[in-house]
Design a protein around this ligand. Sequence first.
Ligand code: IPD
Ligand code: CA
Ligand code: CA
Length: 278
Amino acid sequence: MPEFWTRVYGFTRQLAESIGQVLAEDAGRLTPELKADGSLVTAADKWADGKIRQAITKEFPEHGILSEETSHTLPSNDWCWVVDPIDGTTNFTRGLPLWAISIGLLYQGTPIFGLVHLPQLKQTFHGYWYGSSGIVGPSGAFLNHQPIQTTSDEPSPSHLFNLCARSTEILNRPFSCKVRMVGVASYNILLVAAGAAIGGIEASPKIWDIAAASVILQAAGGLLYHLEPNAIFPLTIGLDYGSRPFPSLALSRPELRSFFEPQVAFIGERVRSTYRLS
Ligand code: IPD
Ligand code: CA
Ligand code: CA
């Protein structure tokens, strides 16, 4: 198993960095198209999706892949990679240097490894979290090889809480922290993992937005709490996750759930009723 993890980490890091180098040349220069769900896509998203899939298939032919620009159904392989080739396409097309390549690895439907690379920030996050999978391996969360952990502070008006574009109603009510919005779901969560923000919300991220970052946040001492009644992991083989949102609250400590959940629960309720989730 140790060689497996050295291979997984080395492969993922090298892949994300080499793809990121090429993508960075196109940042701010491509005309996006509108997808059916209203989000943007560029030739660069599709190119990176294809290259990442190709590299994974070559290195781990026995593993499955679910990626934003190609296939959204969970395959039956025990190991499955979950890829967002560019997280933050709107930032990427407008030349804002906040965008990421997000690569997660699931074992039997549960994320256990994640790597997120932000090429223009020169930041690479990675982490391991095995939960009850029975898998063993390295532990911890890292930013550019340095261990990271969430803050143990109490929330206050001078602590940061990240919003997404679909959670701005929070601004119409009294809120306990100062808010920020970065436009990249994975980075929203990773800022909590790194201790910069105390919490964050993503109203309707897809599995490829959260698979890698949720592992890193847990490994750093936090929790990605899903605003729905049932556990979302393990994912179900054969299900199409293309339009399934996972309203999520990033917490620097699991104990802060009772503090933040009442302030953001209405967002989860709205998403669950719009998408008819249980
Ligand atoms: C989007 C971004 C955005 C988040 C959306 C995502 P994309 O990803 O991460 O910040 O709020 O939910 O879909 O479309 O740029 O990969
Ligand atoms: Ca995304
Ligand atoms: Ca994307």
